[in-house]
Design a binder for this molecule. Structure first.
Ligand code: NI
Length: 183
């Protein structure tokens, strides 16, 4: 089932999410929720979706990057479910790159993100995950785990003048090819 996505301004987008218990993860309802989050992410061509974005303040996020029309140049990332994620920064070099968000439709802006990180979490069957990610993969994880703290990419931007509507971003940044920060 495709879920309704909360937009910036809805209080849930600014809520810190609570942890999920192993017992909850194993319920049928929770497994359906994960399937619905993946379906919703696919429907809107997102590279990630956090539970706060679908009106649930629980620490769950899904992410996947594969031939995504919203991020055509992004390297692929396999479908991953992160429950109760804990991020450790491994390389605190900041890399600028454009981001968008399903809760902030039709916009792009340049966001500095840490280059490399480790994320420890539970997977959809409560199995422990321990993932090292860098560059765009690390960017997506930082974006989604920020959502679980009630933070959005606008909060991380250093230069609000890079904020652009999507059509203008495609016309003046992607097609022009110049001045585009690397991912
Ligand atoms: Ni987002």
């Amino acid at each position: 089932m495709i879920l309704k996505v909360a937009r910036l301004g809805h209080p849930i987008v600014r809520m810190a999410a609570r942890q999920v218990t192993a017992e909850e993860i194993k319920t049928h309802d929770f497994q359906v929720l994960i399937d619905d989050m993946v379906e919703t992410m696919h429907e809107y061509s997102g590279v990630g979706l956090a539970a706060t974005q679908i009106h649930l303040p629980i620490q769950v996020a899904v992410l996947e990057v594969e031939r995504n029309p919203r991020y055509p140049d992004a390297p692929s990332v396999p479908l991953t479910v992160l429950i109760n994620p804990v991020v450790t920064i491994l390389d605190n070099e900041l890399v600028d790159g454009y981001e968008g968000c399903l809760s902030i439709p039709d916009m792009r802006g340049v966001v500095p993100r840490f280059k490399r990180l480790r994320v420890q979490a539970l997977g959809r069957n409560a199995e422990p995950l321990d993932i090292i990610a860098e560059d765009f993969h690390a960017r997506v994880i930082q974006h989604e785990t920020d959502h679980l703290k009630g933070e959005v990419y606008l909060d991380r931007m250093r230069d609000m003048r890079t904020l652009s509507h999507l059509a203008e971003f495609q016309r003046y940044v992607l097609e022009a090819g110049s001045g585009a920060p690397r991912k």
